[in-house]
Design a protein around this ligand. Structure first.
Ligand code: NAG
Ligand code: NAG
Ligand code: NAG
Ligand code: NAG
Ligand code: NAG
Ligand code: NAG
Length: 303
């Protein structure tokens, strides 16, 4: 009770003295169609999607950056997980192969089936086999859980998070630095992006909840005139969860915020290339600056 009151008072007193001077937000864009038929036996072909396959993503699809060192880190960290999942789910994968008409199913392509979720989101009636229970859980729940595991696997170590989210972290910090240095007067900056971009950012900030990023989920950076930063994750329409980066409180002194994130910052595409071990630094072919586009997200895979 006392703790609660103190927290409440603290919040109120800060609220009354500190004014918001900058707000930055990045959200996951809305719904989209699958990229292709989720599985051969699926009845919902492109005709069922008014705007065709993959609508919405084409415009925003980030530039792919070849990053050998990320690929290496990723495949090293992924190998034991892949082996474990292929063993644990071997029986279910075989059964799914037969049911879906897919040639083979394993750790590497099980996520193709996650596009079924988009059909469910569109109220498209589903075959009953998705509710079949395997090892105590429905097939669809297994598909969701495997998606969560494999998706997060792309970002969930300091090395991978830096490759994938380091430039984005830098962008947010630089925006604040520029405002403070009077290099800009922009005090509200908003980005529309992909789930992977938000995951990369959340892992780079080391505040991920290890869940999938839902549609319209938003990460918010707030800068106050008492030189503090606050971070929020709004992953539902009702709640913006306060986030604290490791080493600081949720209301974090600006200088400490920058200091704690220094190690994960990737300050330019050239630096990213050198971290990646990419020989050619043909920055000219990749649009990185100017517009607040998220095309600098770092990966050799589509985000
Ligand atoms: C989708 O399937 C229907 C039959 O269910 C067919 O009439 C239609 O031509 C198909 N569309 C495409 C794009 O293949
Ligand atoms: C099957 O269920 C057991 C007990 O709940 C669990 O430990 C195991 O991980 C599950 N395996 C799969 C493939 O879901
Ligand atoms: C594969 O599916 C067919 C039809 O859905 C079924 O008759 C057959 O028994 C299945 N085979 C296996 C090995 O599950
Ligand atoms: C987050 O921080 C913890 C220690 O606080 C560390 O063990 C973990 O590897 C970090 N994760 C990422 C993605 O940086
Ligand atoms: C930026 O401008 C404000 C208001 O004019 C001023 O108080 C502040 O000292 C300036 N900051 C820098 C770093 O020049
Ligand atoms: C939203 O994030 C909070 C805090 O991490 C978590 O407890 C909650 O389960 C998340 N909800 C969704 C829908 O992701």
């Amino acid at each position: 009770m006392i703790a609660r009151c103190l927290i409440f008072l603290h919040f109120v007193s800060l609220g009354s003295t500190a004014n918001l001077v900058m707000m930055q937000a990045i959200w996951r864009h809305g719904d989209r169609a699958p990229g292709e038929l989720p599985y051969p036996n699926d009845r919902y072909n492109e005709t069922y999607w008014p705007r065709g396959w993959d609508q919405l993503t084409n415009i925003l699809r980030p530039t792919k950056v070849k990053c050998p060192n990320y690929d290496l880190a990723n495949s090293n960290e992924e190998a034991p997980l892949a082996a474990q999942i292929n063993t644990e789910y071997g029986q279910m994968f075989k059964w799914l192969q037969n049911t879906t008409g897919m040639e083979s199913i394993d750790f590497w392509n099980i996520n193709d089936l996650y596009d079924i979720q988009r059909e469910i989101d569109h109220n498209m009636p589903q075959p009953s086999w998705l509710n079949q229970v395997f090892n105590g859980t429905t097939i669809m729940d297994h598909i969701r859980e495997l998606k969560r595991i494999t998706r997060n696997q792309e970002f969930n170590s300091p090395t991978k998070a830096k490759f994938r989210g380091g430039m984005l972290v830098n962008q947010f910090l630089e925006n604040m630095e520029n405002l403070k240095a009077n290099k800009t007067t922009k005090n509200a900056i908003m980005y529309s992006s992909h789930d992977g971009t938000l995951s990369a950012l959340l892992y780079a900030l080391n505040v991920s909840n290890d869940q999938l990023v839902p549609y319209t989920a938003t990460v918010i950076f707030e800068l106050y005139d008492d030189d503090t930063v606050q971070l929020f994750y709004k992953n539902s329409t009702t709640t913006a969860y306060p986030l604290a980066i490791p080493g600081c409180l949720q209301i974090c002194p600006y200088s400490q915020f920058l200091e704690l994130l220094e190690g994960v910052r990737v300050r330019s595409l050239d630096i990213l290339y050198s971290l990646c071990g990419t020989y050619s630094s043909s920055s000219t072919s990749i649009p990185t600056t100017g517009t607040p586009s998220i095309s600098t997200s770092t990966t050799s895979r589509t985000i």
